[in-house]
Design a protein around this ligand. Sequence first.
Ligand SMILES: Nc1ncnc2c1ncn2[C@@H]1O[C@H](COP(=O)(O)OP(=O)(O)OP(=O)(O)O)[C@@H](O)[C@H]1O
Ligand SMILES: [Mg+2]
Length: 377
Amino acid sequence: MENPFVFSKEVGGEDFCNRKKEIKELSGFVRSSQNVMMFSQRRFGKTSLIKEVLKRAEKEGILTVYVDLYAVLSEQQLVKSYSEAVSNSLLSKTEKAFITAGKLFKQLQPVLTHDDEGKPVFKVDVDLAKTIPLLEDVLDSVNRTVEKKRKKAVIVLDEFQQIGQFKDDRVEKILRTHIQKHQNISYFFMGSKKHLIIDMFNNTNRPFYKLAAPYPLKKIEKLELVEFLLEKFKKAERDIDKEIASSIVEICEHHPYYVQYLCYIIWENTKPGETIDNEKVTEGINVLLDWTSPTYEATWGLLTTVQKKVLETIARKAEEERMFSADVINRFGLGTASALQRSLKSLIDKDLIDKEDDNYTIIDLFLKKWINKKLIR
Ligand SMILES: Nc1ncnc2c1ncn2[C@@H]1O[C@H](COP(=O)(O)OP(=O)(O)OP(=O)(O)O)[C@@H](O)[C@H]1O
Ligand SMILES: [Mg+2]
């Protein structure tokens, strides 16, 4: 029997737990052509969720385009990814057979080829000297199609914070100018680097200032996750009671990726019909820490001594303790308040910690567990 838990790729269908409220709210934004800035920490389920929303939008006759900007480092790559996503999603199957994707654009010339599995896909070559006019071409193309087909569209720009890393903000300015004119298109700007994406939309000096409704993706409700686990384990011939399933969800702080990862390991380490108890869960946590520790070691190795101390302090300090209280600074030997301030900023920039209302937390909960385990050795 196959392991029923999935943690290394987007999930959909029966591997996708709940998020009914989010699907309803986000679908509402799509129908009313609102722009949304959705963010959360890494592996929280943004992409899986938005793809569920897109599936529903398609059923309602709304055109959908999903662009993954994760690997986009330049304006040229942006135009390539964007125009390929547009040509591959906006043409229906019949249109693909009879119309060349070139008709979508004024200047861009997509070429129909085949991917590794033999499926027809459009590829685009982008002339470096013309990236800006070509970007405008791709932005206008969707709006033209929307007007011609008298439809609405939703365009998802996943890992949008990448655009904010370009050497200047000319692309942000062009995007803003066009997006504001598109009455029947809902844009979803998604980000997993919270401090970067929030700055793009919250900083008065940046082109995207208040251009989209902020939508922080929250945790999945505990009960929903517990039900999801009970069902999955039952179908896959493992015995587990509600209490143990609840403790797995709590240990993983409702983080869907870690819930799935830990359950994947626990399932692998139990036999059909066997009961999952606390011991199996602890064993699972240790295996997970063993598997992830090389990446944590590598991250750790690149930190300065003060940064390491700060992370250890955050991992150990009580929830309600403030980083800047004289007591915490002295107790953990953090040097001066200004050195501490610098380290905190660089840990935020490295996406290792998050700051909310003056309280600092380690983003990756298993990194926190790894540090705590190291401290008691
Ligand atoms: N609704 C869900 N139900 C069950 N598992 C989920 C759900 N959402 C996310 N997961 C788990 O989290 C993992 C990551 O999901 P996904 O790739 O959608 O997150 P993401 O926030 O887009 O991640 P990244 O920040 O890496 O882009 C999935 O492989 C799955 O294990
Ligand atoms: Mg994602």
